[in-house]
Design a protein around this ligand. Structure first.
Ligand SMILES: C[S@@+](CC[C@H](N)C(=O)[O-])C[C@H]1O[C@@H](n2cnc3c(N)ncnc32)[C@H](O)[C@@H]1O
Length: 274
């Protein structure tokens, strides 16, 4: 059984790891950063062209980690409405659809290929699911999802793929379709995750923000940064903790420290005065 620790403090780096991070001070050029931003959608779509549905594993842990997925109904018979924002090929939603028959899922992604893979999945049916293409930083979700209608939004390893300057736009967008009292369930890369320390020189785009070989990008969240981001979008913190896990990298024969940030935020029932 895999073991993990939940903690409110970030991972402490060794002196060697600190040196490594400090060596990466030089940023990718402004020209290349702007190009990566313009081509973000294309790069994710090419990712799915190369990897089809074979890259991410199905996420069977969501109901264990987020008991709201079972408990947040007011009546047992209530049909839960969920939005999986940045759904990829559906590794998060299909285990939920298999597990819980009384759920309706909206699922969106800005890769048209990913959305097609979702629609081709044998578990997809229009009575239980509505998948659509959209850029969460630009396209108003209300074109596909009624305002104030969603009980739960899941943001699973998605916000890290968005430029930090545009993350607030994503949160404002999902907040419009979330019911007052509804909840956002978040899990993503945490500060000093092994993946962050593995980036080679020439991959750094900004503070805690890196580009992979394939042009997709990843941000590594501190809990303070995330809390502020949600606060600015008028979403209130319910939980916000690092999850630390040692996993074995079989290829390299190494035990590696993984850090994720796992959090919950709610939309206040009463509008907040600013
Ligand atoms: C690491 S994958 C996670 C997919 C899925 N949530 C899961 O748990 O398997 C990140 C996804 O975010 C999508 N994405 C990135 N930026 C986006 C944006 N601005 N609007 C919509 N989707 C976006 C990518 O296309 C990609 O499918």
């Amino acid at each position: 059984m895999k073991s993990f620790t939940k903690t409110s403090t970030s991972r402490v780096l060794t002196p060697e790891e600190l040196d490594r991070l400090n060596d990466e001070r030089c940023l990718v050029s402004e020209f290349k950063r702007a190009k990566l931003e313009r081509e973000a959608q294309k790069n994710w779509d090419l990712f799915y062209k190369r990897n089809t549905t074979n890259f991410f594993k199905d996420r069977y842990w969501t109901t264990r980690e987020f008991d709201e997925l079972r408990t947040c109904r007011k009546l047992e018979s209530q049909r839960l409405v969920l939005l999986e924002a940045g759904c990829g090929v559906g590794n998060c939603i299909f285990p939920l659809l298999e597990d819980d028959l009384n759920i309706f899922v909206y699922a969106c992604d800005f890769s048209p290929r990913a959305v097609e893979f979702v629609k081709y999945n044998p578990l997809y049916s229009p009575e239980r699911c509505s998948a659509f293409q959209c850029d969460l930083t630009e396209d108003d979700l209300r074109e596909n999802v009624p305002e104030n209608s969603v009980d739960v939004v899941t943001l699973i390893f998605v916000l890290s793929a968005v430029h930090p300057d545009k993350m607030k736009l994503v949160l404002q967008n999902i907040s419009r379709v979330l019911k007052p009292g509804g909840i956002v369930l978040f899990r993503d890369y945490g500060l000093y995750d092994h993946a962050m320390l593995r980036f080679k020189a020439g991959s750094k785009l900004g503070e805690n923000f890196y580009v992979r070989q394939d042009g997709t990008r990843s941000y590594f969240f501190s809990k303070e940064f995330l809390a502020l981001l949600f606060e600015e979008a008028n979403l209130q913190s319910v939980a916000n903790d690092y999850v630390l896990r040692e996993t074995v990298n079989k290829k390299e024969g190494l035990c590696v420290p993984r850090v994720f940030l796992q959090s919950k935020f709610t939309k206040p029932s009463q509008p907040q005065s600013s």
